[in-house]
Design a protein around this ligand. Structure first.
Ligand code: ADE
Length: 252
């Protein structure tokens, strides 16, 4: 899968996405990240890509010319038109299902805005969808694009090894992840839960499931409305609700 990131800060994006698992995936030819400098498409003598807003107001607006030209130049090199995502707080909120769905694309164009935004005509002409990574405002779309690339790339088959596999992880089953422990067995007086040392696989699986439910109930209860829950899960949830509303806040 190929990510084409249109930005004023290509180094930031390339460096940010070349380490660890994504770097390995790129080396293996499973993904590629191309950062395209929007500035290369300006016809302005001073290489400006922004200007004052019509109607007045604070800040600068990215001009449509260089952005539209940069998007079209990427599209021309592709066999078929790619989706063009503009990173913006006005967009639909990014989510795990969205990451999974976008991972099926061969090419994806991610457009990073800066300043006070992008001229609306560029959005109308070349953008197919707008995506936000959350209800807060960043100084630019670069970090948001990097977040999206990371979450999408790990859904591309082969990017994660078996042991890293996404199968069991949070959000996959609609629940938060259970706690993990490694050596040492006791750290600063805190011991690893007994059951994890037992070698009893069914008990371990049950404990983990119950912990996932506990965490989800405590931190993100709204996820439980959409999670796939068994009868046993529902019984555990009843128990956990009682524990949590108990006198000690259920910390046991
Ligand atoms: N650009 C600025 N803020 C953003 C956000 N929250 N998500 C995506 N792009 C952005």
């Amino acid at each position: 899968m190929n990510f084409h990131i249109l930005t004023r800060f290509p180094d930031m994006v390339e460096q940010g996405l070349s380490a660890s698992i994504l770097g390995r995936a790129e080396q293996a030819g499973l993904i590629s990240v191309h950062a395209v400098n929007i500035r290369d498409y300006t016809e302005d003598r001073h290489l400006h890509v922004d200007d004052y807003p019509y109607g007045g107001g604070a800040g600068m607006v990215m001009q449509p010319g260089p952005v539209v030209k940069a998007v079209r130049s990427v599209q021309e090199k592709l066999d078929r038109p790619a989706r063009v995502i503009y990173l913006s707080p006005q967009g639909k909120t990014f989510s795990q299902p969205m990451a999974r769905e976008l991972a099926r694309e061969e090419d994806l164009i991610l457009l990073c805005g800066h300043y006070e935004g992008l001229d609306e005509r560029a959005i109308e002409l070349v953008v197919t969808e707008q995506v936000s990574i959350g209800d807060y405002v960043l100084t630019g779309g670069e970090l948001a694009a990097m977040v999206m690339v990371d979450a999408i790339a790990r859904m591309v088959p082969g990017v994660l090894t078996n042991s890293e596999s996404a199968e069991e992880e949070s959000f996959m089953q609609g629940l938060l992840e259970y706690p993990q422990y490694t050596r040492p067995e006791v750290f600063e007086g805190k011991a690893v839960p007994e059951v994890l040392l037992s070698g009893h696989h069914a008990n371990i699986a049950a404990w983990r499931r119950r912990e996932s439910l506990r965490r989800t109930l405590a931190a993100r209860p709204e996820l439980l409305d959409r999670a796939e829950l068994s009868k046993k899960d529902r019984a555990w949830l009843d128990e956990l609700r009682r524990e949590m509303s108990g006198p000690d806040g259920g910390d046991t």
